[in-house]
Design a protein around this ligand. Structure first.
Ligand code: PGA
Length: 258
């Protein structure tokens, strides 16, 4: 696990974009795992800028979202397919093509089957070269909430009250409007990505980041499973790093540029 701690958000997003571009450019398998939420937005802005400058494109890359709400209207702006489309799809954005954007079918008649099909589609694409992740204040990655099996595959899950409260800002500040179920890549699915890049910013992520990096591996703090991943890059700001005991050492190791 490499941990980068940044004083400003732009430096963090620039580093994230640099790593992502390098890994995708060097990968035979052009499959990118996408995250939603607020945290990856500065990274997506960097990718759009790189595309505008003619330095990088997601044209030809297959993008697979981490998760999707179950039972959200197809045209709802917070449906993750619509969020990712608005951020990434088109030559005026990152070059990602609509047909190459894959999201779990949250409105399927049988969401469990849709979850299994989604897992199979990731495998059929050859697996994810690099998976972008945020982290929930309750330690979730994707929408794998506390207590989920650490080897789970893509599945239907229920959002915790904390997650619905955190996401209410996207739903007129009304947590009752936040869907209560989702389809999410499982921990076992996420762990198969060749590279992981988790980004966390803000003080409300500090405890989750501490448990991710320095806690024991546990189903309570799902992100702690990333301690078992051979290529996990954790990029955080000072606030999200504020509960790390060994922050000084992580900075020193980062400066060795391994
Ligand atoms: P956020 O969400 O980026 O909006 O904080 C992260 C997550 O829930 O995984």
């Amino acid at each position: 696990m490499q941990i980068g701690i940044f004083t400003d958000e732009t430096a963090l997003a620039t580093t994230a974009a640099k790593h992502l571009i390098k890994i995708l450019n060097n990968s035979e398998n052009k499959v990118l795992g996408l995250a939603t939420g607020s945290t990856p937005l500065p990274l997506y802005e960097q990718l759009r800028a790189a595309n505008r400058a003619g330095k990088f494109t997601l044209r030809g890359v297959q993008g697979f979202a981490l998760d999707e709400y179950v039972g959200i209207a197809a045209d709802h702006p917070e449906r993750y397919r619509n969020v990712l489309r608005a951020e990434l799809v088109g030559d005026d954005k990152t070059g990602l093509r609509e047909e190459d954007l894959h999201t779990p079918e949250g409105n399927a008649a049988d969401p469990r089957q849709a979850a299994a099909d989604y897992d199979a589609a990731i495998k059929a694409a050859g697996g994810i070269a690099i998976q972008i992740l945020g982290i929930g204040a309750d330690g979730h990655i994707g929408f794998n909430e506390p207590g989920t099996s650490l080897t789970s595959r893509t599945h239907v899950d229920v959002l915790t009250e904390q997650t619905r409260r955190d996401n209410a800002r996207f739903f007129e500040n009304d947590m009752d409007k936040v869907p209560s179920q989702c389809i999410t890549q499982g921990l076992g699915t996420i762990m198969e990505a060749k590279y992981i890049m988790l980004i966390a910013t803000g003080e409300n992520k500090a405890t989750a980041v501490r448990e991710l990096v320095e806690g024991g591996i546990s189903a309570r703090w799902q992100a702690s499973m990333l301690q078992m991943h051979p290529n996990a890059l954790i990029l955080v700001d000072e606030a999200a790093a504020s509960e790390l005991q060994l922050a000084a050492f992580y900075r020193e190791r980062w400066n060795h540029n391994l």
